[in-house]
Design a protein around this ligand. Structure first.
Ligand code: SF4
Length: 311
């Protein structure tokens, strides 16, 4: 069957990061880092306890802040070079809120990362309420001399859900941060989570529709994982939360892809839960099966990313 999706050179009917990188001459992989930040939703500035699914600020795969940025990058670069010898690294400040500090500290950390040989860009995960004017000025300047992406957590456009998950920011606050970054000319990847408590397929599709209208450079579509030690695990054990089934997840993803613009890069379409920490849904451990099921569903339904996108 001929693939009708234009941003693909294989069977994928969505705009993968690998296609984007190849077509832009980027031979680099993300090197995950934990620079020892905290989060305004943990330290009491916006909230305490964090989002109900948060365990260690999502930095599961980092070496941890006991290692310096340089040591963490060298370790990551060794793995990248082992698998893809000529490739470089994008230093991915992943754990917690990576713009939540004075600009002088951010400058020191980011510049140290960029000075490690083999690092060719930065990816910075953060929240919309941790973007001070001075930080935005610095990011604007940084963007003129390196390949920069800011990964901005949204998770849902529905404020009622945001309240349930103790997100401690609204959709309108997210939009403010998003537009500030876009005005600064910065590439933005929006993070969304499927399977949040109380959300149905229509609500998740509506989140994708509204995010699609922003025409983001990239999105990450993640599956909500129940991780050991989180408030979500307690809800799950009390029977107050039911994770998505694989079938439901595939249906939701297909509908979300259909309403996202074809140009938006899908940087992630499932999620990684650390082995031993993941409580549910356990089907998500078989990533190849999940990815294969998405491809199969798109082909069987003869649909693709952006088929029903409208501004
Ligand atoms: S914003 Fe991120 S780091 Fe902060 S509590 Fe939520 S998931 Fe954790």
């Amino acid at each position: 069957m001929i693939n009708p999706f234009r941003y693909s050179n294989d069977n994928k009917r969505y705009h993968t990061l690998s296609y984007y990188n190849k077509s832009h001459g980027i031979a680099a992989y993300k090197a995950v880092l934990d620079a020892g930040f905290t989060c305004p939703n943990i330290d009491g500035t916006k909230g305490t306890g964090g989002c109900i699914f948060c365990s260690g600020g999502s930095g599961y795969f980092t070496a941890g802040p006991q290692m310096s940025i340089e040591e963490q990058l060298e370790r990551e670069l060794a793995c990248i070079r082992h698998k893809h010898p000529p490739a470089k690294a994008i230093a991915y400040f992943q754990a917690h809120t990576n713009t939540y500090s004075e600009t002088s500290r951010l400058r020191e950390l980011y510049e140290r990362a960029l000075s490690v040989q083999g690092v060719c860009g930065l990816s910075i995960a953060t929240r919309c309420d941790a973007l001070e004017a001075e930080t935005l000025d610095y990011l604007r300047e940084l963007n003129t001399r390196t390949y920069l992406t800011v990964e901005l957590g949204l998770q849902t456009i529905h404020d009622s859900t945001a309240e349930k998950i103790n997100r401690c920011h609204t959709f309108s606050e997210f939009l403010q941060g998003y537009y500030e970054l876009k005005r600064a000319g910065i590439r933005v990847c929006v993070h969304m989570i499927n399977g949040l408590p109380g959300e149905d397929e229509e609500m998740m599709t509506e989140s994708a529709t509204q995010v699609g209208r922003l025409r983001p450079d990239a999105v990450k579509l993640q599956l909500l994982h129940v991780i050991r030690g989180t408030p979500l695990e307690q809800m799950y054990l009390r029977g107050e939360y039911t994770p998505l089934s694989l079938e439901d997840y595939i249906n939701i993803l297909v509908r979300q892809l259909e309403v996202l613009p074809p140009e938006t890069v899908i940087e992630r379409i499932t999620g990684d839960g650390k082995a031993g920490e993941l409580i549910a849904p356990l089907w998500s451990r078989d990533k190849l099966r999940v990815l294969g099921s998405i491809d199969k569903a798109l082909a069987e339904r003869d649909t693709w990313q952006g088929k029903y996108y409208s501004q």
